[in-house]
Design a binder for this molecule. Structure first.
Ligand SMILES: Nc1ncnc2c1ncn2[C@@H]1O[C@H](COP(=O)(O)OP(=O)(O)O)[C@@H](O)[C@H]1O
Ligand SMILES: [Mg+2]
Length: 320
């Protein structure tokens, strides 16, 4: 990975409790279910869920990856959703196999096949950029039509969440940028424009970003963290790369050009994409001003950077 000194590295995200934090009886249950006791555990960085995330080596040499969260945690429903989605993904999707799922004794726990890989480098000129874009496009193709019958639609899940200008306009914070302040009414309109076009035929991963992507030694792009599944547009996961390409150093024009030629980008309605860019800029601008959630000290700084990227993208698309 190239150095990105102006922001926390991908690893500096959520505070991760060690594997040993899990009750010993529960760890024994995992040992039994995996047919071999855990020999060592390495805490894994990346992501914003303050749960256990560790790569385990079992005494028989097998490597697995474990995530666990107390079952009354605010985000426990995400782990349950991730288990349901992971179990049901078609075999062609490049995602780690779920080996074990337990929702018992106060913990929600998922154990996956371990993926030996690195996060992609999305900076300009990196060969990971076309590889990741092509992999996300192929993934969406294999997830259309949506293979999971019970996944909620994007309009029910994402639209109530991915917005911000409406709330910011109602009570503009003193530190809001001049451009945002001048354009607030137009931004409110713009973010509403994608809401009407959020639905679609595909299973959307919903959280495509570098820390949820691993590239193996064979250059296979593996997608992890299927905790936010929804039924939505075929352009959604691909388009979610754009703010991350900008955060990694692309100018907005170059970030969009990285997707040129890919069918789900080329066929996406321009107004929906512009509305989506504005909605994400509003979401991150709004969320970055909230207090830190417990155990996740780096989230707001990340959201401030993300807001900057989505704002640059919105300004590029609107020409305002
Ligand atoms: N199957 C896996 N094998 C190895 N490492 C993994 C695996 N799945 C995830 N990771 C690593 O652990 C980090 C956190 O996992 P993730 O599922 O994204 O959790 P979170 O919900 O906290 O974002 C990822 O950013 C990645 O670096
Ligand atoms: Mg993650």
């Amino acid at each position: 990975m190239t150095e990105q000194p102006d922001h926390p590295p991908l690893g500096a995200t959520a505070g991760r409790p060690p594997w040993e934090r899990l009750p010993s009886a529960f760890r024994e249950l995992v040992d039994d279910s995996l047919d071999s006791p855990v020999a060592s555990a390495q805490v894994q960085q990346g992501g914003f869920t303050p749960g256990v995330a560790a790569r385990l080596i079992l005494t028989n040499g097998t490597r697995v990856f474990v995530k666990a969260l107390p079952d009354d945690h605010l985000l426990a429903h995400r782990y349950r959703a991730e288990a349901a989605t992971s179990k049901a993904l078609p075999t062609g999707v490049p995602a780690p196999r779920l080996r074990l799922y337990r929702d018992a004794e106060g913990w929600v726990l998922l154990v996956f096949d371990d993926v030996e890989g690195r996060h992609p480098d999305l900076s300009p000129g990196s060969p990971d950029v076309p590889a990741v874009a092509a992999a996300v496009e192929a993934m969406t193709e294999s997830l259309t039509p949506c293979p999971l019958p019970d996944v909620p639609s994007a309009s029910t899940i994402c639209v109530p969440m991915i917005h911000g200008w409406d709330e910011l306009a109602a009570d503009p914070p003193a530190d809001l940028g001049a451009w945002e302040r001048d354009n607030l009414p137009l931004l409110v309109e713009l973010e509403a424009a994608w809401a009407a076009r959020a639905d679609g035929p595909a299973l959307v991963h919903g959280d495509i970003r570098p820390d949820n992507l691993l590239i193996t030694a064979h250059e296979t792009v593996v997608v992890v963290d299927w905790a936010k599944p929804r039924r939505g547009n075929q352009w959604r996961d691909l388009t979610d790369l754009i703010p991350h390409l900008i955060m990694a150093g692309h100018i907005p024009d170059a970030a969009e050009r990285a997707l040129h030629g890919l069918q789900f980008w080329e066929s996406a309605p321009a107004e929906a994409i512009t509305g989506y860019a504005a909605a994400y800029a509003g979401f991150w601008t709004r969320m970055s001003r909230k207090p830190d959630p417990p155990g996740v000290p780096n989230l707001r700084a990340y959201q401030r950077r993300a807001a900057g990227a989505a704002l640059a993208w919105t300004r590029f698309r609107t020409g305002w």
